[in-house]
Design a protein around this ligand. Structure first.
Ligand code: CA
Length: 365
């Protein structure tokens, strides 16, 4: 006999027996049994502008939408586990229920994780959302997560990221030779092809690494996040456009067994909260970057663009890195899907939004 039938029979019997139980008292134990608590670990230090906010946003939305029946407690980097691999391991092992982070920190676990944050010469935030929600991207995120016992959602986006902070100007691709630079994911691997000594350091430790000289330069996010991190106190050379994260998605991944143990309502609440955080977070970055850029410039920061020769070298190295991973069938499947989507979306985005933005800015000045 199924539990549902058993319960129905129980309700019928107690009602018939006239025990006087009201609907409210019968319902009370069911609600209390439905109360769930999830622990979320993150790759972010507590309060780290934008990225940590997105994690907290997911938790707050879930808590509010579920009327408190599903509670998420956010543990920042170092509070339950320390380091980027430990965040992934905590969730796959079931020590924690979910993580919020950037999936490209886990390209060592599987190179295809790179696609769900950003790959070099890949998608902008708009293109990523097109692909993710309408052209098979989320399905592939789930397929990849399945291999590690994860159920994943996009849950934030930083928008197009900056090229980063350097102690010396970059005049040609040769200037990357021997440069100790912080850049995660497949972008970092591409930079390695230019001779850079590439390091992946958690965001909360980058300031210390740059100021001590352990690294010569770093990318982080963009004007707002970088200003909060304080890199302008160390160097004034800031490259405003980067090749490595054209629209970096943030992920929320739930331990799959734990996710499956939740009610359909709670599962849907998590999905909706992640989708909302994705849009909210992108707006948050765009809303703050403009003013932050003006403050940085007023404080003496020089904004530069890499020369075309450097962009050409970035492009060549990026395509090589993507090509090198094609032996893995799932990587190839995700890459083909992403490129196909990007190709289909790009021409219309350029003809519509691209042309419109150029004309609007020209006319309004
Ligand atoms: Ca970054």
């Amino acid at each position: 006999m199924s539990k549902k039938i058993e319960r129905r029979k129980f309700l019928k019997t107690t009602a018939a027996a006239g025990v006087g139980a009201t609907a409210a008292t019968l319902a009370a134990p069911a609600i209390s049994q439905g109360r769930e608590k999830l622990t979320m670990v993150t790759t972010w230090g507590r309060g780290l502008a934008g990225v940590f906010d997105a994690a907290q946003r997911v938790a707050d939305s879930v808590n509010a939408m579920s009327d408190g029946t599903l509670e998420i407690e956010v543990k920042a980097q170092g509070e339950l586990v320390s380091g980027l691999p430990a965040v992934f391991d905590a969730v796959t092992s079931g020590q924690a229920d979910m993580y919020h982070g950037a999936d490209y920190y886990y390209v060592g676990q599987h190179a295809a994780f790179g696609f769900f944050t950003a790959v070099p010469f890949g998608m902008t935030a708009t293109e990523l959302n097109n692909w993710y929600y309408h052209m098979g991207g989320h399905q592939l995120h789930l397929e990849l997560g399945e291999e590690f016992g994860l159920h994943s959602f996009l849950a934030g986006n930083t928008g197009t990221q900056a090229g980063g902070w350097f102690r010396k100007e970059i005049n040609g691709p040769e200037d990357f030779n021997g440069l100790k630079f912080r850049m995660p994911g497949l972008g970092g691997k591409a930079l390695g092809k230019l001779g850079a000594s590439v390091q992946t350091i958690p965001g909360s430790e980058v300031y210390q690494a740059l100021s001590s000289g352990a690294i010569d330069g770093t990318e982080w996010i963009g004007p707002w996040g970088d200003e909060k991190a304080g890199f302008q106190e160390i160097t004034k050379i800031f490259y405003t456009s980067g090749f490595h994260e054209p629209g970096a998605g943030l992920s929320c991944a739930v331990n799959k067994d734990r996710f499956n143990s939740l009610s359909a309502t709670h599962q849907k609440i998590i999905e909706i909260a992640c989708g909302e955080a994705n849009a909210w977070n992108l707006g948050q970055y765009l809303a703050n970057n403009g003013e932050a850029l003006q403050r940085l410039i007023a404080g003496g920061v020089r904004t530069l663009e890499f020369p075309d020769t450097v962009w050409d070298a970035f492009g060549k190295a990026s395509l090589e890195v993507l090509e090198e991973n094609m032996d893995d069938p799932l990587f190839k499947k995700v890459s083909d899907s992403m490129r196909d989507s990007m190709k289909k979306s790009a021409s219309w985005i350029e003809l519509s939004e691209g042309a419109y933005t150029r004309q609007r800015n020209r006319v309004l000045g």
